[in-house]
Design a protein around this ligand. Structure first.
Ligand code: ATP
Length: 447
């Protein structure tokens, strides 16, 4: 299985991402836009698979969840109520090491050093983390809107709508995947920290007093999700926030950290947001956002457990964790380096490659027939350019779990094909009639 990667390996991954069409620098023909990235033909598939796997785990396979897709632009009062308008409008310095931001007047005895880790600080700036825009033709404060810095608020403002529409009882949660924007001072580390990114967020509403228990349950579930999809447990850890690093709304928070090549860093935060947001929105909107519990005949504002992950960070972790360079036998009898992504079959951009042994005109029609059959069930790619060995390597490099090879024996003797496994490189011969079932079984897509 894959090694634990060093910083130097990141260059190889970034280069693979560009070369094979996972991730491109944004607007590259104009010299790029700092820390902004576009997902290419394979990257878009991988990222969609990450989102689908999340949606399936947290919405479709649970009875206590519903989905939502709220707008990026929201009423400006949302950000006043949530505390973002005020919290992010101060002059701030940011620590170049741990990225915590501080008001210059809160720095204490040495104003040049981070009070948390001792790292050096950026110059102070009047810094609003939220990206601003204007609705309509007039650019004044009355028409000012923000691009949401988190998807969570779209869920809170729809809490009553969803309760009424779905007749849900607590405990239940709302899940959402969508873009968020933050004017980060120090973006970087490829797609790890960008100013435009995607979040996968759950707001799980519970009766106050049951919040601690639900917090622990979600922590366990979310950690499991990453390992089920192939991240090695050694590369994951849970880090509890110290009281002084808690966000203004949080009673407690745990991060799921991944061991990135540059060190441990947050993949997902799981916070207990208490009743802070609903209470704030109730106050600022004048709407009653309390929940009536008809079992206990009580009215209360629910507490909220929030597992909040980044799609881009998860995608990057899956790429890094699956990347490996292995010694493999070469055609000339020597060995060569085989670059392989051991991606979970649910995440792999291509599930099956169909490869005729060569471009021989007798093989190609049969291989095309196999391709047409398999692509009805699985995400499939056909490739007949260059030698079969090279084509296997190309598929290994993009993480395709299985390759089906059509050879002369297929057309002359047994109407069977070879299935080659990416990880073991073993090959088995399978009759054409059972091919799709055999592929589906090997892919183990249900986990
Ligand atoms: P960090 O401390 O790394 O800045 P955060 O604690 O501010 O992250 P949250 O507000 O908890 O992040 O957001 C939830 C998730 O959204 C994070 O765990 C991360 O996966 C993702 N995320 C947050 N900011 C960014 C960003 N600038 N680029 C990419 N993903 C991000």
């Amino acid at each position: 299985m894959a090694r634990t990667l060093e910083q130097a390996d990141m260059d190889a991954i970034v280069s693979l991402c560009k070369r094979r069409g996972f991730i491109f620098p944004s607007s590259e023909i104009y010299g790029g836009l700092g820390s902004t990235w576009d997902y290419g033909p394979l990257g878009v598939e991988l990222k969609r698979n990450v989102k689908d796997a999340w949606w399936q785990a947290v919405v479709h396979r649970r009875d206590d969840m519903a989905g939502l897709d709220a707008a990026i632009l929201m009423h400006p009062q949302t950000w006043v109520a949530s505390g973002h308008a005020e919290t992010f409008a101060d002059p701030l310095v940011e620590c170049k090491e741990c990225h915590q931001r501080f008001r210059p007047d809160h720095l204490g005895s040495d104003p040049t050093r981070c009070p948390s880790c001792g790292g050096s600080l950026t110059e102070p700036r009047q810094f609003n983390l939220m990206l601003k825009s204007f609705l309509g033709p007039v650019e004044d404060s009355a028409h000012q809107v923000y691009l949401r810095p988190e998807t969570a608020q779209g869920i809170f403002v729809n809490f009553q709508n969803v309760i009424i529409a779905t007749r849900r009882k607590l405990p239940f949660g709302i899940a959402q995947i969508g873009k968020a924007f933050r004017n980060e001072i120090t973006p970087g580390n490829f797609t790890f920290r960008t100013r435009e990114f995607e979040q996968m967020e759950i707001e799980f509403f519970v009766k106050p007093g049951t919040d601690e228990e639900w917090h622990q349950r979600w922590l366990k579930d979310r950690l499991q999700w990453y390992t089920n999809l192939g991240i090695r447990p050694d590369n994951l850890r849970i880090r509890q926030h110290a009281p002084d690093e808690l966000a203004h709304y949080a009673k407690g928070c745990y991060d799921i950290d991944y061991r990135f090549p540059w060190g441990w860093a947050e993949l997902e935060g799981i916070a207990n947001r208490t009743d802070f947001d609903l209470r704030q929105h109730q106050e600022h909107s004048g709407q009653d956002l309390a929940y009536f519990d008809d079992t206990s005949q009580e009215r209360y504002i629910p507490y909220v457990i929030e597992p909040s992950g980044g799609v881009d960070r998860a995608t990057l972790a899956f790429l890094i964790d699956s990347y490996d360079e292995e010694q493999a036998p070469a055609a000339d009898g020597k060995t060569e380096v085989r670059v392989v992504l051991h991606l979970h079959p649910r995440l792999a951009p291509v599930q099956v490659a169909v490869l005729p042994l060569s471009r021989n005109p007798r093989l190609v029609p049969k291989a095309r027939e196999v391709y047409d059959l398999v692509r009805r069930h699985l995400v499939c790619q056909y490739d007949d350019a260059q030698s079969i060995g090279r084509r296997y390597r190309r598929q290994d490099e993009i993480g395709t779990p299985l390759a089906v090879t059509v050879d002369f024996q297929t057309i002359e003797q047994d109407n069977a094909v070879t299935i080659r496994d990416r990880d073991t490189m073993q090959q088995v011969r399978v009759p054409m009639d059972g091919l799709v079932d055999a592929l589906i079984q090997r892919l183990q897509l249900s986990s």
